[in-house]
Design a protein around this ligand. Structure first.
Ligand SMILES: *Cc1c(COP(=O)(O)O)cnc(C)c1O
Length: 396
């Protein structure tokens, strides 16, 4: 039965819904609306819309629904709601359940836009936020209160690649009845077992490894049927964060090859990190798969030892050296996506995390020399040679 399929099988066949033509590949239902046989049927559908029935593409669409069911099955969740971007998913997961006066606890090492939602938007609407160092369980314990509604963190942080113990944080959060929301992008759906480990809600930017080829924006929220249909859907269907059917189709095709791509990328990332560790041009080589990484034991238990597809390199000589390094590389592109087939190098301090104060950057380890490197599908040896020659240039 399909519930017993492993991830690789779910990624290819999960959620398939065929039209009267019995097409092999998923159909793109590029329609905003759906026709009713008669007025009575329209009335009935607005009263209660079944899982195989549709009203309007902002509420749901057959292609989008295939993507939702496939990723939910893959992740071991009951249901999912797909969104126009990863940020629409983060915002939808949090805003749909919170109200003025609620308290949440959040890790402070967050992607810039995630931090903006938690620090600027939620607080503007009267949500009380406590920030903690996500790797320190004592801080989580101290911050949680009987009235804490939710906790939020990136299971692997961007760009310093700290790994947070999902099972332990979930145990503490559940003891006060808080909902555990995990932004799981860097852990990837391939290596994650977040729901099994205690996450209640898992959020992905599908723009990253799910598409994996830099084509489209998308996002998804995975959780219980109650949470997705009872809390998330009413919020998102009325506020308009729906995923386009065309982009849902891209994500469906992306899921089919995701395990092959992500495993190959992680294998290259491991090789490159091991080869670069201790390089004289580097202050630090950050990669969760390295034995020297502060949370490597947790990477073994939580992610089956897989360190993911991104590594961060702290280059000696600060911003000038980091820029010289970026400009000297010939294979990776300078951009800010990740999980792409093409290797991508980013300077977080001046781009994705530019908005943070110097004090915040310091606290999070986002130094002037730090480069985030998303390992693509190129030959690992070619990438390593290119990085090594660019490191030499950076020190001139
Ligand atoms: C990219 C990213 C997001 C936002 O996703 P978009 O699809 O760009 O909106 C959220 N969280 C993390 C950890 C990300 O890397």
């Amino acid at each position: 039965m399909s519930e017993n399929w492993n991830k690789r099988t779910q990624a290819v066949h999960g959620g398939i819904r065929r039209s009267q033509y019995n097409e092999v590949s998923e159909a793109i239902f590029l329609t905003q609306g759906f026709v009713y046989d008669n007025a009575e049927q329209a009335e009935a559908r607005f009263l209660e819309c079944g899982p195989d029935e549709f009203i309007y593409a902002r509420y749901g669409n057959p292609t989008v629904s295939m993507f939702e069911q496939r990723i939910a099955a893959l992740e071991g969740g009951e249901d999912a709601f797909a969104t126009a971007s990863g940020m629409a998913a983060v915002n939808g997961a949090l805003t749909s359940m919170l109200k003025a006066g609620d308290h949440i606890v959040s890790a402070k090492a967050l992607f810039g836009s995630c931090l903006y939602i938690v620090e600027n938007i939620l607080t503007r609407f009267g949500v009380d936020v406590t920030f903690v160092d996500g790797t320190d369980l004592e801080q989580w314990k101290a911050a949680l209160r009987p009235e804490t509604k939710a906790v939020f963190f990136e299971s692997m942080s961007n760009p310093t690649l700290e790994v947070i113990d999902i099972a332990s944080v979930a145990e503490l959060a559940h003891a006060v009845g808080a909902i555990v929301v995990v932004d799981n992008v860097f852990s990837t759906p391939v290596f994650s077992r977040a729901i099994e480990q205690g996450a209640d809600v898992v959020v992905y930017s599908a723009t990253k490894h799910i598409d994996g080829q830099g084509r489209a924006l998308g996002g998804v929220i995975i959780g219980t049927k109650d949470f997705i249909r009872g809390t998330v859907e009413p919020y998102l269907k009325h506020t308009g964060g729906a995923l386009s059917p065309f982009n849902a189709w891209i994500m469906l095709k992306g899921l089919e090859t995701m395990a092959l791509r992500v495993n190959a990328q992680a294998e290259s990332a491991q090789k490159i990190a091991e080869a670069l560790e201790g390089h004289p041009a580097l202050e630090r080589t950050l990669y969760p798969g390295l034995k020297t990484h502060a949370q490597n034991a947790l990477v073994q238990s939580q992610l089956g030892g897989k360190g993911g597809t991104v590594l961060s390199l702290d280059i000696k000589g600060g911003k000038d050296a980091a820029f010289a390094f970026l400009n000297a590389m010939t294979i990776p592109v300078i951009s800010n996506n990740l999980g792409d087939a093409k290797s991508i190098a980013t300077h977080p301090a001046t781009t994705t995390h530019q908005r943070l104060s110097d004090a915040q950057k310091d606290e999070l380890g986002i130094t002037p020399g730090l480069i985030r490197f998303s390992v693509g599908l190129e030959d690992a040896g070619d990438l390593l040679s290119d990085i090594q020659q660019a490191l030499e240039v950076s020190q001139k």
